[in-house]
Design a protein. Structure first.
Length: 247
């Protein structure tokens, strides 16, 4: 091999090496964090109803606090550079994070803050192995409070972080979340959740019916007050006709 050929091969090798390094860096930059995992939000109407009830009531509770982020069925990526480590809690609350639209919750873009409170609603399709993995995920990535509700069995379980690990709550009846200040009251017929103001968590349909009831009550009170006003005006007019001035 002559000197010219050797230089050419060496140059090509050096160029190839530089190209591979550049390509590697470009590939690293192109990691995609999908907004969806292809799994349904829920398996049945009961599970869906509870997800919506918990998420929407929490949303209303913190509506006036700009630094509390509430989401439902949102993919959470805790590790930058690895899009395989992820899960989508049925509902989650992150204190210290601003409200706003997100395609996913990427912790490295959220100041390294993990959602502190997470809820999972069980369906008949949930497997023990799947729930074990979820627990390990939440335990590993510093969730402070974790609640699992099985609406078919009306069974509520909870865990709270102590000594850097999630420990089970011994008795969920009357338990009040340290962070959310909501109270859980499992009963024989259903689970009841009460906000810090003492009002029970309601479904969207229950909220609409309550609004309609209050609206009807308000209209009735207005009509009653209007009738009283008209009656008083007629009485005053009659007294004036008789030459009597009403006080």
């Amino acid at each position: 091999m002559n000197t010219l050929s050797a230089k050419k091969i060496s140059g090509e090798s050096s160029y190839t090496g530089r190209f591979m390094k550049i390509s590697s860096r470009r590939i690293e930059k192109k990691i995609i964090y999908p907004d969806r995992d292809g799994k349904p939000m829920s398996d049945n109407t009961e599970q869906f109803g509870w997800i919506v009830k918990i998420k929407e009531n929490l949303e209303q509770m913190f509506a006036d606090n700009p630094d509390v982020f509430v989401a439902g069925d949102l993919l959470w990526y805790p590790v930058e550079g690895d899009n395989r480590i992820r899960t989508a809690p049925d509902a989650m609350v992150a204190f210290g994070r601003p409200k706003g639209r997100r395609g996913s919750y990427r912790m490295w873009e959220e100041g390294g803050i993990a959602p502190q409170v997470v809820f999972e609603i069980l369906s008949p399709g949930n497997r023990a192995g799947e729930m074990k993995k979820k627990f390990e995920f939440y335990d590993t990535y510093a969730v402070s409070e974790y609640y699992v509700y099985d609406p078919d069995r009306i069974r509520l379980s909870g865990w709270i972080r102590r000594n850097n690990v999630l420990n089970p709550v011994e008795n969920m009846r009357g338990w009040t979340s340290p962070l959310l200040k909501i109270r859980f009251e499992p009963a024989d017929d259903d689970l009841y959740i009460f906000g810090p103001d003492g009002n029970r968590f309601l479904s969207p349909l229950e909220l609409r019916r309550l609004f309609q009831s209050e609206q009807k009550k308000s209209e009735t009170e207005y009509q009653r007050a209007e009738a009283e006003r008209l009656r008083a005006e007629r009485l005053a007019a009659r007294l004036r006709e008789l030459g009597i001035e009403a006080d």
